[in-house]
Write a protein that binds this ligand. Sequence first.
Ligand code: MLT
Length: 304
Amino acid sequence: MYKVKTLNSIAPVGLDNLEKTKYIVSDEIDAPDAVLVRSANMLKYEFNPELLCIARAGAGTNNIPVDQCGEQGIVVFNTPGANAGAVKELVLCALLLSSRDIIGGIDWVRTIAEKGDEIGALVEKGKAAFVGPELFGKTLGVIGLGAVGAKIAHDAVALGMTVYGYDPYLSVEAAWRISSNVIHAKDIETIYKNCDYITIHVPYLESTHHLIDGCAMAMMKSGVRIINLARAELVCDDDIVEAIESGKVACYVTDFPNAKTARSPKVIAIPHLGASTPESEDNCAVMAAMEIVDYLENGNITNS
Ligand code: MLT
């Protein structure tokens, strides 16, 4: 009987599937055959010799020492696409929040209410203070047209945006399948130069470290709004803070808050909520559990 260790709280529907297959599943197992992890940091994890695979309930595998696992014959799975719907919806939300000062307006109303003042009488002041542009007719650049980026590109067209998509690994034909209305950018500079909003959906690799830095932002339109719900290190924090202070960047939405960026009033910092929906947690848990079972029972390797 196989033993599966959970390193995070994993949606019960995934664990039920494992238990139905008669696996022992617990967070207290000492020598597991498989590990099921969400975001827990495994970079310093001591691998027991029995460990055969690690399934990451999510897309990115930056919390797992993938090279070391390869050397030790431990297969690492992820669940690409399983949380894409949830991330896409948060990006759409980020687009709107970066434009319309809804957060500023909510804070303002709350402050008035806490002071016990009459809100109705002050509404006119709020209307004038919290003005922001519409998305309709603006340009959006989507960097990376994988599971998440493709969905955003598709939906942003429906919002009336002109969408540029950039993905060096995607053919023009494949980009067309996402939406014939998405403009296939030949290079990333096309995105930088043309877009009012830029959202990043590439994995974090050595080659994508600080993809958005001062040089990239220098090419962008003044007042650009940047959204990063992919990985913290894709954007250079020092450079973004500088670009915000100079007015080059009107708003930065990040799912990876830190002390440097989160204090800025032009930064919307979210505590890594991209995949935080019950639907996405269920999808990821089910897919990860299936990958473990299919590997341990049948030797099949999917999404590794
Ligand atoms: C992912 O890698 O899938 C995302 O960062 C979402 C998450 O795991 O919470």
